[in-house]
Design a protein around this ligand. Structure first.
Ligand code: ATP
Ligand code: MG
Length: 422
C-alpha cells in the first residue's frame, strides 16, 4: 500500500481515479495542449465552447467522451472504451483546429508510488538516453517539480539499465503532470494543426478546382477558424465528370478538419462557350474567372458566406499577375482571401502532401479552365474591357442562373451521419 501525497484530493476526486486502471497502468486518456486560444482573454469561453463542439463532432461514432477543460489543456476520457479506441480518438484530435499537441496519457491517482510505477513501465522497452519532465498545475502538490522529476528519474534508471540520463537532448522523455485531481504520465506526443477552432471566424466559400492549390488554401483558412463551403466548376457538358470526382475526394479529405462539409458543383461549359462566342479572345481566362467569382458571390449570399477563398499565388500562372488579380477583385463586392499569395509552388506542394490532398490533385482530369484557353493569354487585363464584355453577356444574371444550377454533395470523412459543426 503506497502512501498518498494528497489524500484529500484523492478522496474528493469527482471523476473517480481508481488508481491503477485495468493493467495497473492507469486509465488511457487523450490530453491536448491548446495554442492561441489560451490568449483569448474574455472571449476565451466562446472559443472553448466552439472547440468542445468540434471535438464532439470529430469523435462521432466512437464511445462517449467526457471533456474536461483546464487552463491551456483539454482532457478527454472514454471510460468505456478500449485502448485502441482511445488511440483512434487521439489520432482524430490531431485534425481538430486549435489543438497544438495531442498526447495519449495514463491518468493515475496522486500517489508518488503509483506515478513512479507507471512512469517506469512506460520506459520498459526503451533504450538510449532519457529525461523526466515534471510539471505541477496544482501547486499544492507536496513535491516540487524538480523533486518529483528526480524521484521518478532515479526509479526509471534503476528499473531499466539500458537507459541513461540526458536532460538536454534525451532520446526519450517521460512527462509527469500533476493536475488538481490526478496525475498524467506520458511519453511521446503527436503534433496537432494549431490555429483556431473552425467556425470561430465565420463562414466562407472556397473556389475549389481539382488542382493542388485550392485545397491547401482551404486548409489554411479553416485553420484560422473559418468554416468553409466548397464550389467547383466542371467543364460539363463538354468534359467528363473526372474533375467532379477529384473535387469530391479532395473535399472528403478536407472534411477531417471541420466535418459537415458541403460541396456545390456547377456545370460551367456552356457559360465558357458563351464567353468565347462574345469575342473575348485573350481575355477569355480572366473573363471566365470573373464569372466564377460572381457565381460564387451569388451562392455565398445564400449560404451566409462572408468571403471567397481562392488558391491564387502571385505570378504562378498568367491569370495571377498583379493587374489580373486586381481585375478579379473588381468583379465582386465580397473580399477574396488568397492565403497562398506569397507562397512558392514547392511550399504549397509540401503542404498539400502533409494534409493528404497532393496525390488526389495529381490525378489526371480535364480542367474546365484549359478547355477553351486562347493561344495568347492577357497578362494585363483592363477592367473597363471586362465590364463591357459582361454587359453584353448580362453576367450578373448569368451568375445568378449558374448559382441556381449548383448541385449539393456532402463528402463526409466519417460517414453519412456526421454532425455539422462550426
Ligand atoms: P489550383 O491548383 O487551385 O487549380 P491553379 O494554380 O491551377 O490553382 P488557376 O487555375 O488559375 O490556378 O486557378 C486559380 C484559382 O481559381 C484556384 O486556386 C481556384 O480557387 C479557382 N479555380 C480555378 N478553376 C476552378 C474551378 N474549375 N472550380 C472552382 N474554382 C476554380
Ligand atoms: Mg487550376
Amino acid at each position: 500500500m503506497s502512501a498518498s501525497l494528497d489524500s484529500a484530493a484523492v478522496e474528493v476526486s469527482a471523476d473517480g481515479v481508481d488508481g491503477t486502471g485495468p493493467e495497473g497502468l492507469g486509465e488511457l486518456c487523450v490530453l491536448m495542449k491548446l495554442g492561441e486560444i489560451v490568449l483569448k482573454g474574455s472571449n476565451r469561453h466562446l472559443f472553448e465552447r466552439r472547440l468542445q463542439n468540434n471535438i464532439r463532432a470529430a469523435a462521432k461514432g466512437l464511445a462517449d467522451i467526457r471533456i474536461s477543460q483546464r487552463r491551456g489543456v483539454i482532457m478527454l476520457r472514454m471510460p468505456d472504451a478500449s485502448d485502441i479506441e482511445v488511440a483512434e480518438l487521439g489520432e482524430r484530435m490531431c485534425n481538430v483546429m486549435g489543438v497544438v499537441w495531442v498526447h495519449l496519457v495514463r491518468r493515475v491517482e496522486k500517489d508518488l508510488d503509483v506515478v513512479t510505477g507507471v512512469a517506469v513501465r512506460s520506459m520498459a522497452d526503451r533504450s538510449g538516453t532519457f529525461a523526466v519532465r515534471a510539471r505541477r498545475r496544482d501547486k499544492r502538490f507536496p513535491l516540487l517539480s524538480s523533486e518529483l522529476a528526480a524521484h521518478v528519474g532515479a526509479a526509471v534508471r534503476e528499473a531499466n539499465p539500458r537507459l541513461s540520463v540526458d536532460l538536454k537532448k534525451p532520446d526519450n522523455v517521460v512527462h509527469v503532470e500533476v493536475d488538481k485531481d490526478e496525475v498524467f504520465v506520458f511519453t511521446d506526443g503527436m503534433p496537432g494543426q494549431g490555429g483556431l477552432p473552425v467556425g470561430m471566424s465565420g463562414r466562407a466559400l472556397v473556389l475549389m478546382s481539382g488542382g493542388i492549390d485550392s485545397p491547401v488554401a482551404a486548409h489554411r483558412m479553416m485553420r484560422r477558424g473559418l468554416k468553409v463551403d466548397f464550389l467547383h466548376f466542371s467543364g460539363m457538358p463538354f468534359t467528363g465528370p473526372e474533375s467532379i470526382y477529384k473535387a469530391y475526394s479532395l473535399v472528403r479529405q478536407l472534411d477531417r478538419f471541420q466535418s459537415g462539409s458541403r460541396l456545390y458543383v456547377v456545370p460551367f461549359g456552356k457559360a465558357q462557350q458563351q464567353i468565347k462566342n462574345s469575342g473575348v479572345e485573350r481575355l477569355q481566362i480572366v473573363a471566365q474567372r470573373r464569372l466564377m467569382l460572381k457565381t460564387a458571390e451569388a451562392l455565398a449570399d445564400r449560404l451566409g458566406g462572408a468571403a471567397l477563398v481562392t488558391g491564387d499565388a502571385l505570378g504562378q500562372v498568367s491569370s495571377q499577375t498583379l493587374t489580373n488579380i486586381t481585375a478579379l477583385d473588381d468583379a465582386v463586392d465580397l473580399p477574396i482571401l488568397r492565403p497562398l499569395i506569397g507562397m512558392d509552388k514547392s511550399e504549397i506542394m509540401d503542404q498539400a502532401r502533409r494534409i493528404g490532398t497532393l496525390a488526389i490533385s495529381e490525378l489526371p482530369d480535364e480542367d474546365c479552365c484549359t478547355m477553351l484557353t486562347p493561344r495568347q493569354v492577357e497578362t494585363a487585363a483592363k477592367i473597363p474591357d471586362l465590364r463591357q464584355i459582361e454587359k453584353r453577356l448580362d453576367a450578373e444574371e448569368l451568375a445568378e442562373h449558374l448559382a441556381n444550377t449548383a448541385q449539393l454533395h456532402r463528402p463526409s470523412f466519417l460517414g453519412a451521419e456526421t454532425a455539422e459543426v462550426g
